[in-house]
Design a protein around this ligand. Structure first.
Ligand code: ZN
Length: 315
């Protein structure tokens, strides 16, 4: 197969790219996401794809969507942030554009991109943990993306790490996502600021805000990079949760490499160092087994497009 299209459906933007067999994006376009309209999203995805199909010889289309996707890769079963419920998105878009279409979970698509073309291209067994607002996961075993019986394997962000912990958007309590995600970082920063802690006050002034509600993840990361002690401590905590969660995940899948992607990779060593330390301390039987490597993702926010496009080649 030659060129395929990868489409990353985000909460605000639909990003589409034409991708070659080396994982290089050779053309791109985008549309805004009409988040509340199921028909509107299918229309916008189809329009972005049609624009690219007009100018390139395209053999298939892969759509990366944040949600549970059926094992036959046609239907979004459930999406927490968009209006999809049992939505036959793949079939709908295929009918409009006249090309084969597959739908993939967005974190699986990102993991696949890192496996084929990025940080994990030299290994056969890897786990990718995508830490953004929430936490997504993708697992590759023996060179194959792990899909599970119903298509929803690898939801690593919803592994329970704290009994009776914080309530999660999935309905359960104590999920890893509630402790090691961008949303968790902001929740902790705001709570610290509302407590009146002096360090948090200094961090707010570093960030240029006076109301704790105005703090954002990128602001906190920026403050930490400038050396702010409170920001550093918050990222250190996030890294510790992430490293401990990684130890449990490694116990299940025995990868040779764990890749951290998503917005957190912007924080680099500020998270990686504490994650690595917590991982090394927490891994069961740590003295009696090989440890996998832990690395940051290489493809940034293009991983979703590249991975979805490449998975459109896998029939
Ligand atoms: Zn959850």
């Amino acid at each position: 197969m030659g060129l395929t299209i990868g489409i990353d459906v985000g909460g605000t933007k639909i990003a589409a790219g034409v991708v070659d067999t080396d994982g290089t994006i050779v053309a791109r376009t985008h549309r805004m996401t009409p988040a509340l309209s199921v028909d509107g999203i299918a229309e916008s995805i189809s329009a972005a794809a049609a624009e690219l199909i007009d100018k390139h010889d395209i053999e298939g289309v892969g759509i990366g969507a944040a949600g549970f996707v059926s094992s036959d890769r046609t239907t979004v079963l459930f999406a927490p942030n968009l209006a999809w419920r049992d939505e036959p998105l793949g079939t709908r878009v295929a009918d409009k554009i006249g090309k084969p279409v597959v739908v993939e979970n967005d974190a699986n698509a990102a993991a696949w991109a890192e496996f084929q073309f990025g940080a994990a291209k030299h290994v056969e067994d890897m786990v990718c943990i995508t830490v953004g607002t929430g936490i997504g996961g993708g697992v590759v075993v023996d060179g194959q993306l792990l899909r599970g019986a119903f298509g929803v394997a690898g939801e690593l962000g919803h592994m329970r790490v704290v009994p009776d912990g914080h309530r999660c958007g999935c309905g359960a309590r104590g999920c890893l996502e509630q402790y090691a995600s961008g949303r968790a970082l902001v929740r902790e920063a705001r709570a610290l600021a509302e407590s009146g802690a002096l360090g948090a006050m200094q961090m707010m002034s570093e960030c240029g805000v006076t109301d704790p509600a105005d703090l954002t993840g990128p602001m906190i990361t920026e403050a930490a990079q400038q050396g702010d002690p409170c920001g550093r401590e918050l990222l250190d905590d996030l890294g510790r949760w992430l490293g401990e969660g990684t130890a449990s995940i490694v116990t299940m899948f025995d990868p040779s490499l764990v890749v951290y992607g998503g917005g957190v990779s912007a924080a680099g060593d500020l998270v990686l160092t504490s994650a690595q330390r917590a991982f090394d301390r927490t891994l069961p039987a740590r003295a009696n087994r090989p440890h996998p490597g832990i690395a940051l993702a290489l493809l940034g926010n293009e991983a979703g497009i590249i991975g979805a496009a490449d998975l459109a080649r896998q029939r």
